[in-house]
Write a protein that binds this ligand. Structure first.
Ligand code: TMP
Length: 393
């Protein structure tokens, strides 16, 4: 049975940065979050159709982030060292940042966003199916390429509405010694850090290791290892294999235990999280209203999906935030979804330093703080794990 514990209100698509002509046709949905008592999975109550999100204008280019290039390189090297991999399949290959670390002739990609599929097919010359991941597609790939020793996916599996079909499709393509490795934000990290802004249209599910343990088993798969990562504000790298007689690594048992101790199996834990989210909204609005009444200028670094969720949930618009700055060319000179706060490029920030900078690309804090060190003299605002003003980091 699914029980609701959080209502983040009417929300636009978090990544649809738009121009003024598009305001009238902007799409909104109700962002409510439920906990499934049977599987322990956290999901959105109402899913958005993938065609509305993952289209040929999807703006997130992984290769624009130096730490993410490093992350995927290190991950690829680790997988090559630790597993015997003849053939690799990547689900949700984006701009090829991960797959580039493997030989073209051993690799197949699946990427529904047309802009990336065209790029990896034509520019990088990696075979890319420009389609959504389904059992039907897995059959087509199997008939052309056979099975794979590694199926890898980062920040994609939790983006897929139909998990039953997703896991079935993965099991369908794994060799006997094969491993299905996927990374997604961790439910435990979100609850511990009060990072409710990780929950939005593109993330219809928020995975705990416990929920995956329950779900994978229904499709002939089992957990064999879990790596806890810091990327994207706390993620888990899940390793699954076809059900076997081998015991899982200790990391699986440790993670399940830690989650149980934190209360991830209990609905009440999520209700408490919901209360902390409401408090976070009140505290943030207090700070922003005070700054406004003191005549201070506040801006935001990072036109992230996360910022869209926070602004729309808290009702924060251009009255409270002067502007957002972002380094991504496709976001610059557009408006933020729903609240329509202007997005300017980084130079504008350098020339117009505000009194307060709200760090909404908080998952890139180290990189940003290092860049601004000695230059930006104003104060910082953060909301995770608690709403706070910082004179310095
Ligand atoms: P992400 O949270 O989905 O990775 O998106 C981070 C966004 O923040 C992305 O649009 C780029 C932007 N950004 C900046 O504007 N300045 C920076 O220094 C960094 C690291 C990211």
């Amino acid at each position: 049975m699914k029980k609701e514990f959080l209502d983040l209100g009417k929300q636009p698509l978090g990544n649809k940065f738009l121009s003024e002509e598009q305001f009238d046709t902007e799409f909104f949905y109700n962002l409510k979050v439920v906990f499934d008592e049977d599987t322990k999975l956290v999901s959105l109550k109402e899913f958005v159709r993938p065609e509305q999100i993952f289209d040929a204008e999807y703006p997130y280019w992984t290769s624009k982030s130096v730490p993410m290039i490093e992350h995927f390189k290190n991950t690829a090297v680790m997988l090559q060292d630790e597993f015997e991999i003849d053939k690799v399949l990547e689900i949700g290959s984006n701009d090829g940042t991960f797959i580039k670390n493997f030989r073209r002739e051993d690799s197949v990609c699946v990427e529904p966003c047309g802009n990336f599929a065209e790029y990896t097919n034509k520019e990088l010359k990696y075979k890319t199916y420009s389609e959504y991941w389904t059992t039907e597609l897995s059959e087509e790939i199997k008939s052309s390429y056979g099975k794979f020793d590694l199926i890898y996916s980062a920040n994609c599996i939790s983006h897929i509405n139909d998990l039953e079909d997703t896991f079935q499709a993965a099991a369908n393509l794994l060799t006997g010694r094969g491993v299905f490795v996927f990374e997604d934000p961790s439910c435990l990290s979100v609850l511990k850090r009060n990072s409710y802004d990780q929950i939005y249209d593109e993330h219809p599910h928020l995975f705990s290791v416990t929920s995956l343990d329950n779900l994978l088993n229904n499709h002939g798969l089992e957990l064999c290892r879990v790596d806890n990562l810091e990327v994207h504000g706390g993620s888990n790298r899940i390793f699954a294999r076809l059900i076997s007689d081998n015991p899982p690594e200790d990391s699986v048992i440790d993670n399940l235990k830690r989650e149980e101790e934190f209360g991830l199996n209990d609905f009440e834990t999520y209700v408490e999280f919901g209360k902390r989210v409401e408090k976070s909204k009140e505290d943030l609005l207090d700070i922003l209203h005070k700054a406004k009444s003191d005549g201070k200028r506040v801006m935001t670094i990072g036109a992230t999906c996360k910022s869209s969720i926070v602004f729309n949930y808290c009702g924060i618009d251009n009255n409270l935030i002067d502007y957002i700055t972002d380094t991504t060319p496709t976001k610059i000179n557009k408006m933020s979804p729903g609240k329509h706060i202007p997005i300017y490029d980084y130079n504008y920030f350098c020339e117009n330093h505000p009194d307060y900078t709200y760090l909404l690309a908080w998952n890139h804090k180290n990189e940003i703080v290092k860049k601004e060190s000695g230059k930006y003299k104003g104060r910082w605002i953060t909301h995770t794990p608690k709403v706070r003003i910082h004179d310095t980091f």
